[in-house]
Structures are given as C-alpha cells and as structure tokens.
Design a protein around this ligand. Structure first.
Ligand SMILES: Cc1cc2nc3c(=O)[nH]c(=O)nc-3n(C[C@H](O)[C@H](O)[C@H](O)COP(=O)(O)OP(=O)(O)OC[C@H]3O[C@@H](n4cnc5c(N)ncnc54)[C@H](O)[C@@H]3O)c2cc1C
Length: 303
C-alpha cells in the first residue's frame, strides 16, 4: 500500500475486504511473483527495475497426484523415485500412510491405514492437454511397475492438483532476474524462494529469503546485521546436514559401483587371458516392469 502522501514508501497492506493494515517497521511480502506483481503500484515497478524483473521469471508447473488405495501397496516404503526417463510422468512418490506419525481424525494409527500415495510430476507444462483421468491412469501404471500389490488393490479416491508455478524455471539468464529482498521502495521487502538467495529455488531458498529480508529490515532500523541469525543458523545447519546426507548417499553409491567394476574387471581380465575375447557392460537399469527401484544390473558379455 502506497502512503497517502504519495511518496515511494510502503505503509502497509490492503486486504480484499478493504481493511487496511498499517505497518510499524515495514512490509515483507512473501507472495509468489505472479500474485505479487498485479498488487504493486505501477510507479514502484517503473522506479525499481529489480522488482520489475520478476515479470520475466517463467513458471515451472508441477502436478501433484494423490491416490487412496483400499490396502497397503508400497511394501512399507515411505518414498521412492524414478530416474529420469523422458516418457515418464512422475519423479518421486510418497506413501503418506507410512510417513505420518500418530493417528488420523478417527483415531486410527496412520501406519495401519491403507496406502495413500502422493507423487510429483515436475515441469508438467508439457502435459497441459492430458486429462486428470489420463494422469491418474499413467501414474497408477508407474506405481504398479514398482509395486505389484498395486495391481490388485482397489483405488478408492484420487486428486490431481495442478500447481501453476511450483518454482520459477531456472533457465540460463534467470539468476540475474532474481530481486534482492530489500527493494528501492522504502519499507518494502520481498521474500520467497525466487528472490536472490544464492540457493536454487527450494524450501531452503524460501527460508533464507525470509531471514535476509528480516535482517535487511532490522539493519535499516538500527539493529546490527545478524540480528535474525538464530533462525538463519538453524536453517543453514539444516542445509548443511541435508547436503552431507546427499553426499554420503552418492559416495556409498559410487563406492558400490566401483567395487562391482573392480570385481568384474578382475574376473574379466582372467577370462580375457584364457579366452582372449571379452567385454563388459555396466548398465543402470530402472523402470523395468518387475521392480522399479533403481538398481544396478551388471551384464557380462563374454564370447
Ligand atoms: C508439489 C511440490 C513439490 C515440491 N517439492 C520440493 C522439495 O522436495 N524440495 C524443495 O526444496 N522444494 C520443493 N518444492 C518447492 C518449494 O515448495 C518452494 O520452493 C517453496 O515452498 C517456496 O516457498 P515460498 O515461501 O517462496 O512460496 P510458497 O510456499 O508458495 O508461499 C507463498 C504463500 O503465499 C500464499 N498466497 C498466494 N497468493 C496469495 C494471496 N493473494 N493472498 C494471500 N496469500 C497468498 C500461498 O497460499 C502460500 O502460502 C515443491 C513445490 C511443489 C509445488
């Protein structure tokens, strides 16, 4: 909300009901760019090229699919993922009946409930013409490829949720479009995963943007930078832990692959020595019809 005096300063927000909320220290918007843009006075956009640049952030659409089954189907798995295949729909799957702690509204422990599987179709703009029924059918097939129990289970209920901008599209040239949290409009700040955080668009980026916006606001009010650091510290700690986990998983995966290769190479050299011909192929097999979990298949082709 522009100040009544008309100066380039943000004085608060106006709700749909017409109610005005006046700010004491400043306003931090956490709206997504496509929602925020039409609410910003034109004068502010022309005054601040950094704010205006959010117009150029292009959406990456997602579809979230939810399927309620009449029995457990995921063999106790909480989540699983498919490796990339351009013909696939879904990326990762979650069985919420295995994830949620405690009980549902009727007092039944979640663990005892039949599977409720949610999955994400990333960059789903390519599927704009696909009906919800087709999305469900293809998703069901992808679940059945991993878990044959889903072939005999009955589907009780489904939801297809189309998210117009889950994140912005991180294409070349996007980074310089992400605005700083502190705008050139006095007392107006923006936070959201799409703002400049040095992190890719993610929950971590969203949390960091909130910290950076609060820190900027507090600094302008005479507080030292880092006044909001206790939250930031927790958040950065979480990021560090998450990165360490990912690194460890990849490291053990690489070690496994390395060991298999060494074992097969030794055997192969022996066979080459005796037969004088041989070749080895190591393939990562995914999405096959028996069991769709990522695993290694080592094929040895020795004449
Ligand atoms: C299906 C899906 C799966 C994802 N998976 C992951 C993942 O595994 N890991 C990861 O790091 N990130 C993931 N993301 C991305 C992550 O959710 C976002 O990066 C993050 O939530 C962005 O946070 P934000 O605060 O910027 O925006 P949001 O979380 O979108 O918050 C914006 C808020 O503004 C509210 N709002 C919108 N319009 C109005 C209005 N007019 N008035 C009032 N309020 C309004 C919305 O309700 C929302 O609460 C996923 C996103 C989706 C959609």
């Amino acid at each position: 909300m522009q100040c009544p005096s008309g100066e380039d300063r943000c004085c608060g927000v106006v709700l749909d009901s017409g109610e005005e909320i006046r700010s004491t220290l400043g306003v931090i918007s956490t709206l997504p760019p496509q929602t925020l843009l039409p609410l910003i006075p034109e004068a502010w956009l022309s005054h601040d090229p950094s704010l205006k640049s959010m117009e150029a952030l292009k959406p990456c659409e997602y579809i979230s699919v939810y399927i309620w089954f009449d029995q457990k189907v995921s063999e106790g798995k909480q989540m699983w993922a498919r490796t990339y295949n351009k013909d696939d729909l879904n990326c990762e799957f979650y069985d919420f009946s295995e994830i949620y702690p405690g009980s549902d509204g009727s007092g039944k422990p979640w663990k005892q409930r039949p599977s409720l599987i949610g999955s994400n179709i990333i960059d789903s703009g390519r599927l704009a013409d696909m009906t919800d029924d087709e999305v469900i059918e293809r998703t069901l097939r992808e679940i059945q490829e991993s878990f044959p129990l889903a072939l005999e289970a009955k589907v009780l209920h489904t939801v297809v949720n189309r998210v117009p901008m889950a994140i912005h599209r991180p294409v070349v040239g996007t980074e310089k479009l992400r605005p700083e949290q502190r705008s050139s409009v006095r007392d107006f700040y923006v936070a959201g995963c799409w703002t400049k955080t040095d992190f890719p668009c993610s929950m971590e980026s969203a949390a960091r943007s909130g910290y950076l916006a609060a820190d900027e606001l507090l600094q302008l009010r005479g507080r030292e930078s880092g006044s909001a650091s206790s939250v930031a510290h927790c958040m950065l700690q979480a990021v560090r832990e998450r990165l360490t986990n990912i690194l460890c998983q990849h490291l053990s995966f690489c070690i496994c692959v390395g060991m298999i290769q060494v074992a097969y190479c030794s055997r192969l050299m022996f066979q080459v020595g005796s037969k004088l011909v041989g070749s080895m192929q190591v393939t990562q097999v995914t999405n096959n019809s028996e069991k769709n979990l990522t695993r290694l298949k080592v094929e040895e082709l020795v004449n």
